[in-house]
Design a protein around this ligand. Structure first.
Ligand code: FAD
Length: 502
């Protein structure tokens, strides 16, 4: 009957795939290695505080915005659960003493920046013009474009036509990395701010798009946090009759005559289904669970030449203090770099969870510091010397706290809870390749390629993939990739795809 589906992984992609399969009369069963849903969209409790280790902002959190409908269909858009992101980011440069705020008004942003950096006025105008174009002509659905398995003959042409006014931004200097683009910016502070507005490797058009979305009020904060968001999708999946089994790591995808027929779990048990979907880490799916048997040149290139996002250290503090009026996202460019894992860290990202009462008891706040680090260092240390691994985590927490105390005097004596997550922690709970929590790096080349990445593997039948290693890391992108699984299955069975929403 081709009706039973096994899904590997209960991250956002796996949960979405499960929901849409259930809505379309496929019987889905998810196997998840961890004890809770969400994958990298997660949170954990420590001493009365809730630490959110995932999603920073949600794109299209309001009814009527392009991706909102998928949140509603998946039960993740209950009333009042999102709040507008008023300030995209605050950037503090310790050495110059300058502070820049990126808010939702482009005119004001342009005026502020030009008064700070008059010699870079032309560059500022150029960037703002791009953000306005993105805002006006939209990038709706670009991320969520249909995969090759679903695209009709004219879909590509239609999409090109819809985005024709933005063409100039996807080519030439705007399709270079923001780091390249800022080479000729004369003020070093502006250069740093632009470079770290997202990641230094992203194309210029991506930064313009984020600015455009911020202005359009298309970026929101999740009041209940990432795990709450994932749990509401898990609940929707269960309500639709889906089954989920936790603490069940899939070790092998069973294949007979080049057809995927089931999975073997770490406990040795085997489970069979008509269709197998992996919404887990791409590398382990292709090279471990399937032992590298189903590859073509494109896939080989992807897994040898593309770079994953850098893994992160996340230092969390539960602080007996409120932070009224502070923006939730702050980047501090340090005057004296931190020395971590044998490299220097010259900037830290500080997240202040002051926008909801869900993260801390009254009067208290979670403050989180993130920065990029090295996978091998932390993985080797955790494996070879557990005592030193723990000691290094403690030392980093101390060093980071010293730096925070400069900006939030007194914080050192107000800390009640400290928690440090390393790239090893990310790997342990999500199995993402080398602790890369957001999948592939958002380079211009990768961003242009993920929209045409196939969900199938060459030579293997009854098998599909979803998630951030297929479509790139983003909440709506991963949810859509789950939806595409059910759409492909319906298309194959010549069934009409439906979304039964309450
Ligand atoms: C810190 C951080 C901040 C982010 N911020 C944003 C943001 O602001 N906005 C945004 O849109 N996106 C953001 N993202 C990206 C987004 O959250 C992710 O791209 C998305 O959640 C990934 O979902 P996924 O299901 O593809 O993968 P994952 O979350 O990695 O889920 C994969 C699941 O598979 C399970 N699994 C793996 N191997 C096995 C196995 N062998 N057997 C069984 N189960 C297995 C894992 O345990 C996991 O639960 C952020 C990501 C991170 C890490």
């Amino acid at each position: 009957m081709d009706n039973s589906v096994i899904i590997i992984g209960a991250g956002l992609a796996g949960l979405a795939a499960g929901c849409y399969c259930q809505m379309n009369s496929f019987n889905a069963r998810i196997f998840e290695q961890h004890s809770k849903p969400g994958g990298v969209a997660t949170a954990w409790k420590r001493k009365g505080y809730t630490i959110d280790g995932g999603i920073h902002f949600l794109m299209d959190h309001k009814p009527g915005q392009p991706a909102y409908e998928i949140y509603r269909e998946l039960g993740a858009a209950q009333g009042g659960s999102f709040t507008d992101l008023e300030i995209y980011g605050r950037y503090i440069d310790e050495s110059s003493g300058k502070t820049l705020v990126v808010g939702r008004e482009l005119d004001r942003l342009a005026a502020d920046w030009k008064s700070f950096f008059p010699e870079d006025a032309q560059k500022i105008d150029d960037l703002i013009a791009g953000a306005r174009a993105m805002q006006r002509d939209g990038m709706d659905g670009m991320d969520y474009a249909k995969p090759p398995e679903l695209a009709g003959r004219f879909d590509g042409i239609r999409q090109l036509w819809e985005m024709r006014r933005l063409f100039r931004y996807f080519t030439g200097k705007y399709n270079k990395t923001i780091t390249d683009y800022t080479q000729d910016v004369s003020d070093p502070v502006l250069r740093k701010v632009l470079k770290y507005m997202f990641l230094p490797e992203v194309p210029v058009w991506f930064v313009m798009m984020i600015l455009g979305m911020c202005v359009q009020e298309r970026l929101g904060l999740i009041e209940g946090g990432s795990l709450d968001f994932a749990m509401s999708i898990e609940q929707r999946y269960r309500d639709l009759g889906g089954q989920i089994t936790y603490q069940s790591a899939v070790e092998e995808i069973l294949v007979e005559e080049n057809r995927a027929v089931g999975v073997r779990l770490a406990d040795g048990s085997e489970h069979r289904a008509d269709i197998i979907v992996s919404a887990a880490d791409g590398y382990s799916t292709i090279f471990q669970m399937l032992r590298g048997r189903y590859l073509d040149e494109q896939i080989k290139k992807r897994y040898t030449e593309w770079k994953p996002c850098s893994p992160m250290i996340m230092v969390n503090f539960g602080v007996d203090r409120e932070f009224p009026g502070e923006p939730p996202f702050n980047t501090i460019f340090l005057n004296h770099p931190l020395d971590v894992a044998g490299s220097t860290v010259d900037g830290i990202f500080v997240r202040i969870f002051n926008y909801s009462s869900k993260f801390a008891p009254p009067g208290k706040t979670v403050v989180q510091v993130e920065f990029e680090t090295d996978w091998d260092y932390w993985n080797d240390l955790r494996r070879d010397n557990r005592t030193r691994y723990e000691a290094e985590k403690e030392q980093i927490a101390q060093d980071v706290l010293d730096r925070l105390d400069v900006h939030y005097p007194g914080i050192k004596s107000q800390v009640e809870m400290t928690d440090v997550a390393t790239p090893y922690t990310t790997w342990r709970y999500t199995r993402n390749y080398k602790g890369a929590g957001m999948g592939w790096l958002y380079t211009p080349e990768i961003m242009m390629s993920v929209s045409v990445t196939k969900r199938t593997l060459p030579g293997l039948e009854n098998f599909l993939m979803a998630g951030q290693w297929v479509v790139g890391g983003s909440v709506p992108g991963c949810l859509y990739s789950g939806r595409h699984i059910a759409e492909i299955l319906c298309l194959r069975q010549r069934k009409k795809f439906t979304t039964t929403c309450g």
